[in-house]
Design a protein around this ligand. Structure first.
Ligand SMILES: Cc1cc2nc3c(=O)[nH]c(=O)nc-3n(C[C@H](O)[C@H](O)[C@H](O)COP(=O)(O)O)c2cc1C
Length: 182
């Protein structure tokens, strides 16, 4: 199993810690793992031109914007499972992660069947953030394996949450199982 984590926080904080913990667990259970930190990438806003859509030949489209998104699309296609992580902003997913999703137009129909999971962290309430992630993964026809949510404010606060830690380890193990993929 190849597992890709996508971190949609602009800071080195709770989302990154949660994804790291989950991926460590999956790695220990035998998965090949990689974490992409969107905060370190130059990924410009989708221009909405739709010239990149997957064609009838089912080949990936090509985006007109030349930036750090291009090498991430083949990584998504090579993965068996993708874990999306977001801080909760105004009870929604972060703009950083949403723009990343928008930039997957060149490949999104090709994600069908890959396992999907999510982590979300908020100061006082998760709101629609997991629903937002699932709206994307359902549209892509990626089977949802599970999510972990936690409440934390300061960038390291979630590390002391034993319940969340145990849930991350368990979800990582589940994602490492080949049966996680449909
Ligand atoms: C722009 C912004 C909006 C936020 N909106 C919410 C919110 O609606 N509800 C909430 O509980 N926390 C909210 N927070 C707090 C963050 O979700 C919280 O600090 C979280 O731990 C951040 O995750 P991170 O450390 O991975 O960046 C907001 C923070 C920022 C910067």
């Amino acid at each position: 199993m190849k597992l890709l984590g996508i971190c949609g926080s602009p800071r080195k904080g709770n989302t990154e810690w949660m994804l790291t913990k989950l991926l460590e667990s999956a790695h220990e259970a035998g998965a090949e793992t990689e974490l992409i930190l969107l905060r370190q990438k130059d990924i410009k806003l989708c221009r909405g031109c739709l010239t990149c859509e997957v064609g009838r030949d089912r080949k990936p489209g090509v985006c007109v914007i030349k930036d750090d998104m291009a090498p991430l699309l083949p990584k998504m296609l090579a993965a068996d499972g993708i874990v999306f992580g977001t801080p909760v902003y105004f009870y929604l997913l972060s703009a950083l992660l949403k723009n990343f999703m928008d930039r997957t137009v060149p490949i999104w129909p090709l994600l069908k069947g890959k396992a999907a999971a999510g982590v979300a962290v908020a100061e006082d309430g998760i709101g629609q953030a997991i629903t937002n992630l699932r709206t994307y993964t359902d549209l892509c026809q990626m089977p949802w394996v599970g999510e972990v949510t936690a409440l934390a404010k300061g960038p390291n606060d979630v590390a002391s949450n034993d319940t969340a830690t145990a849930a991350l380890v368990a979800l990582g193990r589940r994602l490492a199982e080949p049966s996680a993929r449909s």
